[in-house]
Design a protein around this ligand. Structure first.
Ligand code: HEM
Length: 720
C-alpha cells in the first residue's frame, strides 16, 4: 500500500522557496507565507535550542502539510513554549515594583574607632553596591508616582560578606511589632473581594486598619506629606529606620541610625501632578534614573550616621527600639561618612533587579542588630519569602546575590545548585587532613554577636515606652512649611474622601485632633463632617512642648540649585534660535537639561533656517514631565498651537503646579488660552537675550514658585 503522506524531496524544502523583500532600510528574506526570515552568517551566530541543536526555521512550527496539525515531535517549538510558559517568578509580596542599579560606596575616613566592619576601615576605599528602589503597595506593573513609601535597599558586597541596609525613604514605620506586618500589608493592598484599588492607600480597608492602629499616626503624617510623591529617586532621602549597633575591635558598641542624603537635594511633585504623570509616563522614576546614568550624570548620596550610646538612649524621650520614632537631627547630629555613587544600569532587568534578594539579616562583623521588635521580625521574614520567590535555597548562587569574597561552607544540593563542592568532606568536624577537610570556623575573624544582656519573663506584651503615639506626629507636622502643611491636609482629605464608610473618616479625624487641632479642623471641613468627634483616647498625652525640627521639611532644605532638573521647551517653526541656544548654555552651566517639545517629533525649522530635532511630540509630553517650562513659539506657530488643547494644558498645568515659566511675547496667546494671562506673576519670566535666559535658570533654583500656590489651590482650606 502506498503511504498516504506525501513526502517532500529536499529540493522542496520550504527554505528553498524564500524571496527577497525590501522594507525601507531592511532587505529581508520572506517565506511562502510572507513571513520574515533572518539568517546567521558573518558575525551573527547560529540560533540553537537550549540543548545546542542548530535551528533551521524559527518562524514556523513543524506541520503535517502546510495547513495541517502541528507535530508533537517538534522539540524546538516545545522547548521554546515550555521556557516562555515558565518565565515569570512570583512578584515580591511587597515592594514588587522596583528598579535596580549598580554603583559603589566610598569612605571619607576610617571609622575604625566605632566599627570593625571591614568596609569602613580605610579612607577612600570603594565597596561595590547594588541598589533597588521600589514602591511598597502596588503590583509589579503599577505606576511609579503612586502615593507610597519608596524602598531604598542597598547591598554592599564587602570583603567580609554581603551587608544590606534594607531601608525606605521615610525614617519611621507604621507598626511597632513585625507580628502586625501581614495585617498592614493585607489592609493596604487591593481589597480581597474586588481586587482593587491598585497601588493606593485611598480605600476603606487601609484607613480602617490605620484608624485602629494609633502607633501608625507618626507614619501617617509622613505618608500624607510630599515625601511619598518624590520627583525622582535621585531627589529623596533613604533611612535604615531601625537602631542598629556598630561594634569596634575592642568590642565596644555604639548605637547607630543610617541615613542617605541625596547630593541633589530633596524634591517632590504636587499631587495633581503625580496623578497626571502616572498617565503620561508610568515609568517616570525609572526612566529618570536610567537616563541620568546613561548620560553619565551619576546620582550620589552621602551616608549619614546618627551615633549615640546607652546613656543617650536612657534619657531620650522615646524608645530607640521603637521604629515609629525618629531621633531628631537637632538632638543627635548626622555625621556624613562616605558617598554612594550609582554609575551603572543593570545588563538584564530580570537577572539583577528581579532576582536580587535583600535581607536585614545580612550583616557583617562590626555591625549588629538592636532588639527593635520590628527588625527582629524582619530578620526572619526576608529569607523565608525569598525561598518562595526565587524557588530554591541556592539564590546566593545567582550573580547579583553572590558575595564578591571567598565563600566556603558545607551547604549543598537543592534546586539549581551552581557552585557544587568537590572532594569528600561535606561535614565537620572531620579528620581529613589539611585542605581536604574543607573550611573551619575562625574565632578571630568570624562574626560574634554583641553580648547584649537580655533576660526576663516570656511575655506577649508591648513595652510602655512605646505608648506615645502622637507627640512625634505633631512634631513632624509643625516642622513643615505652611505650604507643606496644606499638602498634608489636602492628602488626608483626598484619601479619606475615597473612604466610603463615614465612621472610618470620623475615626481618623479623632486621631488628628491629638496631633494638631488646626489640621483636624481642615480635614473635617474638607470632608464636610457634620460633627467634630472627640479626640481619640490617647495611651499617652501628646507632648506639645516638642520643638519643630526644620530638618524634617523638604521645602526648607531645597538644594538651591537646578542641577539634575529638566526644562521642557515648547517650540514651533520659527523658534528664536538665539534664545534657544542661550537657554541651552545656561542650563548646561547649571547642570540641568533642556528637552525640546514640538507639534511633530520630526522637529522644527528655527528662525535661522536650522533644523531643531524634537525629543517629544506635544501630545506625549505634558508639562508635568518637567521641572520648569519655556514657551518659545513664533508668532505664526502660536496660532497652530492655540488650536491644540494639549498646548493649553501644557501652560495651565505648569502654572497650577507652581512651576517657573519662561516665555517670549509671541507666547502670550497661550497664557490667554490657559486662562492665566492676567494672573502672570513673578514666577512667569520673559526671556530676553542671553542674560534673561541665565536669570531664568538662576530663578529656577527655587524649583517651584510656592508664592503662587494660594491663588491656584483648590483644596480643603478654601473658604476656611
Ligand atoms: C522599617 C520597616 C521596613 C522597611 C524599611 C522595609 C523595607 C523593605 C524593602 C526596601 C524591600 C524591597 C527589597 C527589594 O528591593 O528587593 C522590602 C521587601 C520586603 N519586606 Fe520589608 N520593610 C520593612 C518592614 C518589613 C516587615 C516588618 C516585614 C515582615 C515582617 C517585611 C517584609 C518584607 C518582605 C517579605 C519583602 C519582600 C522581599 C523579597 O521578596 O525579596 N518588611 N522591605
Amino acid at each position: 500500500m502506498p503511504k498516504k503522506h506525501a513526502t517532500r524531496s529536499t529540493t522542496q524544502d520550504a527554505s528553498s522557496e524564500r524571496k527577497t523583500a525590501q522594507y525601507a532600510d531592511q532587505s529581508v528574506m520572506t517565506g511562502t507565507g510572507g513571513e520574515v526570515h533572518q539568517s546567521a552568517g558573518g558575525e551573527t551566530p547560529v540560533l540553537t535550542t537550549e540543548q545546542g541543536i542548530p535551528v533551521a526555521d524559527d518562524q514556523n512550527s513543524l506541520r503535517i502539510g502546510a495547513r495541517g496539525p502541528t507535530a508533537l515531535e517538534d522539540f524546538h517549538f516545545r522547548e521554546k513554549l515550555f521556557h516562555f510558559d515558565h518565565e515569570r517568578i512570583p512578584e515580591r509580596v511587597v515592594h514588587a515594583r522596583g528598579f535596580g542599579v549598580r554603583g559603589y560606596f566610598e569612605n571619607y575616613a576610617s571609622l575604625a574607632d566605632i566599627t570593625k566592619a571591614d568596609l569602613f576601615q580605610r579612607a577612600g576605599e570603594r565597596t561595590p553596591v547594588f541598589v533597588r528602589f521600589s514602591t511598597v503597595a502596588g503590583n509589579k506593573g503599577s505606576a511609579d508616582l503612586a502615593r507610597d513609601v519608596r524602598g531604598f535597599a542597598v547591598k554592599f558586597y564587602t570583603k567580609e560578606g554581603n551587608w544590606d541596609i534594607v531601608g525606605n525613604n521615610i525614617p519611621v514605620f507604621f507598626i511597632q511589632d513585625a507580628m502586625k506586618f501581614p495585617d498592614l500589608v493585607h489592609a493596604v493592598k487591593q481589597e480581597p473581594d474586588r481586587g482593587f484599588p491598585q497601588a493606593q492607600t485611598a480605600h476603606d480597608n487601609f484607613w480602617d486598619f490605620i484608624s485602629l492602629t494609633p502607633e501608625s499616626m507618626h507614619m501617617v503624617m509622613w505618608i500624607m506629606s510630599d515625601r511619598t510623591i518624590p520627583r525622582s529617586f535621585r531627589f529623596m532621602d533613604g533611612f535604615g529606620v531601625h537602631t542598629f549597633r556598630f561594634v569596634n575591635a575592642e568590642g565596644k558598641s555604639t548605637f547607630v541610625k543610617f541615613h542617605w542624603k541625596p547630593k541633589l537635594g530633596l524634591q517632590s511633585v504636587v499631587w495633581n501632578e503625580a496623578v497626571k504623570i502616572n498617565g503620561a509616563d508610568p515609568d517616570f522614576h525609572r526612566r529618570d534614573l536610567w537616563n541620568a546614568i546613561q548620560m553619565g550624570d551619576y546620582p550620589e548620596w552621602e551616608l549619614g550616621l546618627q551615633l549615640f550610646d546607652e546613656a543617650f538612649a536612657e534619657q531620650f524621650a522615646f524608645d530607640v527600639l521603637d521604629a515609629t520614632k525618629i531621633i531628631p537631627e537637632e538632638d543627635v547630629p548626622i555625621r556624613r561618612v562616605g558617598r554612594l555613587v550609582l554609575d551603572r544600569c543593570v545588563d538584564n532587568f530580570f537577572a539583577e533587579t528581579e532576582q536580587v534578594a535583600f535581607g536585614t539579616l545580612n550583616i557583617v562583623p562590626g555591625i549588629d542588630f538592636s532588639d527593635d521588635p520590628l527588625l527582629q521580625g524582619r530578620n526572619f521574614s526576608y529569607l523565608d519569602t525569598q525561598l518562595k520567590r526565587l524557588g530554591s535555597p541556592n539564590f546566593t548562587h545567582i550573580p547579583v546575590n553572590a558575595p564578591k569574597c571567598p565563600v566556603h561552607h558545607f551547604q549543598q544540593d537543592g534546586h539549581m545548585a551552581m557552585h557544587n563542592p568537590t572532594g569528600r568532606a561535606n561535614y565537620e568536624p572531620n579528620s581529613w587532613a589539611g585542605g581536604a577537610g574543607g573550611p573551619r570556623e575562625s574565632p578571630e575573624k568570624g562574626f560574634h554577636s554583641y553580648p547584649a544582656a537580655a533576660e526576663g519573663p516570656k511575655l506577649r506584651i508591648r513595652s510602655e515606652s512605646f505608648a506615645d503615639h502622637y507627640s512625634q506626629a505633631r512634631q513632624f507636622y509643625i516642622s513643615q512649611t505652611e505650604s507643606e502643611q496644606q499638602h498634608i491636609a489636602d492628602a488626608l482629605t483626598f484619601e479619606l474622601s475615597k473612604v466610603e464608610t463615614l465612621a472610618i473618616r470620623t475615626r481618623m479625624v479623632s486621631h488628628l485632633l491629638n496631633i494638631d487641632q488646626d489640621l483636624a479642623e481642615h480635614v473635617a471641613y474638607g470632608l464636610r463632617l457634620k460633627e467634630m468627634p472627640n479626640p481619640a483616647d490617647a495611651a499617652r498625652p501628646t507632648q506639645e512642648h516638642l520643638q519643630a525640627s526644620p530638618a524634617l521639611s523638604i521645602q526648607l532644605n531645597g538644594p538651591a540649585s537646578f542641577t539634575g532638573r529638566k526644562v521642557g521647551a515648547l517650540v514651533t517653526d520659527g523658534v528664536n534660535i538665539d534664545i534657544l541656544r542661550a537657554l541651552k548654555t545656561a542650563l548646561k552651566e547649571e547642570g540641568g537639561l533642556l528637552e525640546i517639545v514640538a507639534p511633530y517629533v520630526g522637529g522644527v525649522e528655527a528662525s535661522d533656517g536650522s533644523w531643531i530635532a524634537a525629543v517629544q511630540q506635544l501630545q506625549g509630553a505634558p508639562s508635568v514631565l518637567y521641572d520648569a517650562v519655556v514657551l518659545l513659539p513664533s508668532a505664526d506657530g502660536v496660532e497652530e498651537l492655540g488650536q491644540e488643547p494639549t498646548a493649553r494644558d501644557f501652560v495651565a498645568d505648569a502654572f497650577a503646579h507652581c512651576k517657573f515659566i519662561g516665555y517670549v511675547d509671541a507666547a502670550l496667546p497661550l497664557f490667554s488660552k490657559a486662562g492665566v494671562l492676567d494672573s502672570r506673576d513673578d514666577g512667569c519670566i520673559t526671556l530676553e537675550g542671553p542674560e534673561g535666559c541665565a536669570a531664568f535658570v538662576a530663578t529656577c533654583r527655587q524649583l517651584r514658585f510656592w508664592a503662587r500656590e494660594a491663588s491656584v489651590r483648590y483644596g480643603a482650606r478654601q473658604g476656611v
